[in-house]
Design a protein around this ligand. Structure first.
Ligand SMILES: [Mn+2]
Length: 597
């Protein structure tokens, strides 16, 4: 996925309204809500599939071509369809989160020692809370807050977690659930379950936090709590420091406590708090991935790559964009166990593929695929919090036109050039410029633009075609935090200002490489009207390509000690795409490769 809050959005600066005031709901309320809504859900009827959709997807005609290979044997018994997936959900190692905690305490101790501060205190994080749909009792499917997920791997809502900075010991605080929970929502798990399952040292209840931390500290003076508060440079939102429940029924009283008494409920006067130290250190921990994290990102990539291939195979003229989305979602969930995607699927075809973040509620992937369209499908599954973010572009009828070959290969060459240059020490800004230059050179070779490429680069002309950043860190968030650490400035120039990171690559980073080339009216028109820039266009060509849409190719790439490793495995060469769309297996076997090349 590409950029959201870049450029103008960023200039709004910090949005203080998104600070810690946002959530006031208590665990108790949540439980009551859930319980009271259940009977309604029990009576819900499954929606009927529109018959037009069912008809457009005759399952037999969409079977891979290999199904016909055993025709002779078909007389005796029906041929076995090939397995729909070669994958199955992998085991999630909770050591991953224990390692993450260890990494944090190590980094925190180092930081504190370096600034001559005492190395004791507690990291205290508040996990995410379940939300309902507006004022209704419909509970939205919960997904853990990402920093909490990183440190504790807890999938349930309403938890807090603490880490003793000096000993490294970790404690989870579980919500105290009412007895009715067992009626509507299942077994109330004992503390011992959470202790064992999440590999923490201790488990208590949320209402015991102040008492437990005070007791565990046992030293002189007040114990220090390191709370998470800091800016997400992609969204401009702030992470929310832990707030202890105020057992007051009236929101106005809660607000009073919040504003005048301090952030805390009863018992918090026992602690000192630090809002500055934790966020940058924890964010930096997330930037470099461990082996165990990489394995999960690889799995999310494997199942998502396979699902993209499945979509590619089943895409046909006359289908709806959302049917492509549906095939992807079904595949990653059915075979990969991925209940969440990392972001909303972008299934753009035709002119929609020039809308960078198509697929949102106001543009809900509902166009009919037409002969001659390109598609741009940006979809990625999430597995145990870890993301994939993959874009494939291909002609919906399975055969590239001359124009499509030109634009697609321009982007592919940019993608491949970047991969061949990526290694520790390389500047991401340079990689962006490399992608941009590659695309401009290809467009020039194809007669779409004219003039000197260096001049175009100096004038940032490439941003007309590639307005978003080349890629972003990927991990528990699709746009993983840490793109701009303290002291790193956002560039001001077109294209570069949209970069989600300006870092130098380091071993262990996972970053997306997603060059694109788009024909976006909102960008083309002003540039065509300006004589300083219109000189670069071959006007005949550009007027023909104006409705082309766009191409993006996106892979998730691990920076290794010597270079990089592409974690994504989708058909990328045009002949690979055409072969797969014609029914060839992926990866192509030797005969298919030979026939196509
Ligand atoms: Mn992306």
């Amino acid at each position: 996925m590409v950029t959201h809050h870049v450029g103008p959005g960023f200039q709004h600066g910090v949005r203080l309204t998104c600070g810690p005031h946002k959530e006031t709901k208590t665990t108790k309320k949540r439980s009551t809500r859930i319980i009271s809504k259940r009977p309604k859900l029990l009576g819900r009827i499954l929606p009927q599939v529109p018959s037009a959709i069912a008809e457009s997807l005759p399952p037999s005609s969409l079977r891979p071509a290999t199904a016909g290979a055993s025709r002779g044997a078909a007389m005796a018994s029906p041929p076995r369809p090939p397995p729909a997936s070669s994958l199955a959900p992998i085991k999630v190692p909770m050591e991953l989160h224990a390692q993450n905690r260890e990494k944090l305490t190590h980094a925190l101790r180092q930081h504190l020692a370096a600034s001559s501060r005492p190395t004791h205190g507690f990291v205290l994080l508040q996990g995410g809370e379940e939300r309902t749909r507006y004022c209704s009792d419909h509970v939205e499917l919960f997904r853990q807050e990402s920093y909490f997920a990183y440190l504790f791997g807890v999938k349930e809502p309403g938890f807090y977690g603490a880490i003793d900075v000096s000993s490294g010991k970790s404690t989870l605080f579980a919500p105290r659930l009412p007895a009715d929970y067992a009626v509507w929502l299942g077994e109330i798990k004992p503390s011992s379950y959470f202790k064992e399952h999440y590999m923490v040292d201790m488990v208590f209840y949320v209402d015991e936090i102040a008492e437990v931390l005070d007791r565990q500290y046992g030293g002189p003076g007040k114990p220090l709590l390191f709370l998470l508060y800091g800016l997400n440079t992609d969204s401009n939102n702030f992470s929310k420091p832990a707030v202890l429940e105020v057992p007051l029924s009236r929101p106005s009283l809660q607000l009073f406590f919040y504003c005048f008494v301090g952030l805390w409920g009863p018992g918090m006067e026992k602690f000192d708090t630090d809002l500055d130290t934790l966020h940058p250190i924890l964010t930096e921990c997330r930037v470099i991935k461990s082996e165990l994290e990489i394995a999960l990102i690889q799995y999310a990539n494997d199942i998502s790559s396979e699902a993209h291939v499945e979509v590619m195979r089943k895409a046909k003229v006359g289908m709806k964009e959302y049917q492509l989305e549906s095939i992807f979602l079904h595949h990653v969930y059915m075979y990969g166990g991925c209940r969440h995607c990392s972001y909303t699927c972008i299934c753009a075809t035709g002119e929609n593929s020039a809308v960078l973040h198509y697929g949102h509620a106001a543009a809900p992937n509902d166009r009919t695929l037409k002969d001659g369209d390109m598609s741009l499908l940006d979809m990625g599954a999430e597995y145990h919090f870890y993301a994939s973010d993959i874009t494939c572009s291909f002609p919906v009828n399975g055969k590239f036109t001359v124009d499509q070959l030109l634009i697609y290969n321009a982007v592919l060459k940019a993608h491949n050039n970047v991969l061949s240059e990526m290694r520790p020490g390389v500047s991401w800004i340079d990689m962006h410029k490399l992608a941009e230059r590659t695309i401009l050179e290809s467009l020039k070779a194809g007669g779409v633009i004219l003039g000197d490429i260096d001049d175009m680069m100096a004038e940032r002309f490439g941003a007309v075609f590639l307005p978003h950043g080349l890629g972003h860190l990927l991990g528990i968030d699709t746009h993983d935090p840490g793109g701009y650490m303290k002291g790193m400035e956002r560039e001001k120039e077109p294209g570069l200002k949209a970069l989600r990171t300006v870092r130098t690559l380091q071993e262990g980073m996972v970053i997306t490489v997603e060059p694109g080339c788009y024909f976006i009216d909102a960008l083309l028109v002003p540039v065509l009207e300006n004589p300083n820039t219109s000189k670069y266009f071959n006007l005949n060509e550009i007027s023909r390509l104006k409705g082309f849409g766009g191409v993006r190719i996106e892979s998730d790439v691990l920076v290794t000690s010597q270079g990089c490793k592409n974690l994504t495995n989708c058909p990328r060469e045009t002949w690979e795409i055409e072969a797969v769309m014609a029914g060839a297996r992926w990866p192509l076997d030797d005969s298919a490769s030979a026939a196509s090349s």
